[in-house]
Design a protein around this ligand. Sequence first.
Ligand SMILES: *Cc1c(COP(=O)(O)O)cnc(C)c1O
Length: 371
Amino acid sequence: MPNFPAKIAIIAAYPLDLPHSNVMNSAMSTARLTINLQALASNWRALDAKTDVETGAVVKADAYGLGAGPVSATLAEEGVRKFFVAVAEEGAAVRKAIGPGPMIGIFSGHMEGDTDLLRDHDLTPLINSPEQFLRHQQALPDRPFGIQLDSGMNRLGLEPADWAELRPKAEPLNPVVVMSHLACSDEPDHPMNRQQLKTFREMTEGVAAPRSLAATAGTLLGAEFHFEFCRPGVGLYGGMPFADAKPVVTVDLPVIQVRPVEVGESVGYGNSWTARRPSRIATVAAGYADGLHRAIGGGIDAFAGGQPCPVVGRISMDLITVDVTDLPEDPERLRILNGHQTVDDLAEAAGTIGYEILTSLGARYSRGYVE
Ligand SMILES: *Cc1c(COP(=O)(O)O)cnc(C)c1O
């Protein structure tokens, strides 16, 4: 069994759409985030099956908000041997969860002040500049490193000229990976994809190190983009562009009170919603401080079992109001993220992307992991 922090509750396995009463066995006063580790593992296997090459896992930003410890431990058990995070501190947390063995790559490379963390937790910096290369060779000459190349996104990595100059020095030291990142891979027909593929091929011609170009969307672009391994992130967590992903996150919101609202009365800040029929309005305990962005406005539901109830009025910091008039009885809790309404549905309503919804899910939730 993966090694979980003791404070995290493990809930017995249950299918994602069971009635709420089977999920929640005690009263709750804070909103609850449930992470289905079986669905996570299944998404990794499904992405792995799309290629003939190795599949790593990107677990940066606390595994896209879902908990780097349990997520990484589950994926390591599934057989993942290459993990990636944004910064060294995140890498240390992942190492704690998975133990020795798998590679943990650091996208920000070897930053000033990182040396102790990199050495103590056996982390692999992905070198972005000649300065980082020099720093790594001076501080940790015997430790592994990877190379990150800029193939056109102009965000991270060595420019072609810098790489040409560094390559004779770096290659004999056997970098464990040479990688780059695609800027437009969520648009399969975007000409940038082929342009970056061409540039990456040119820049890595003849390298002995394993190469990697594809994140989730790149994995779906086809075999040419796979090289020696792929490194998906968002698809593991149930987000687009991996349309076949199983939903991983469920969010349940406790109902604080339910009140009748007369025709013509309004609800919430700015009086933005007015009852046009005698209504019952449930107030639930979560809001934009929990990552349910104020920009969501209308157009989403909260679910009582399978029945959708429209969110009405503005989302406040800690509270959301829901029209439960059509339910046969007042609910004790409502579910806002499930297999029917996904992180990408919330993202669309908020004018953003699923990645931002996932990584915004706040610290106030009580969390449970389903194995
Ligand atoms: C975030 C990131 C990934 C994973 O991207 P997804 O779109 O979430 O699959 C892969 N590589 C790099 C360099 C990244 O920054």
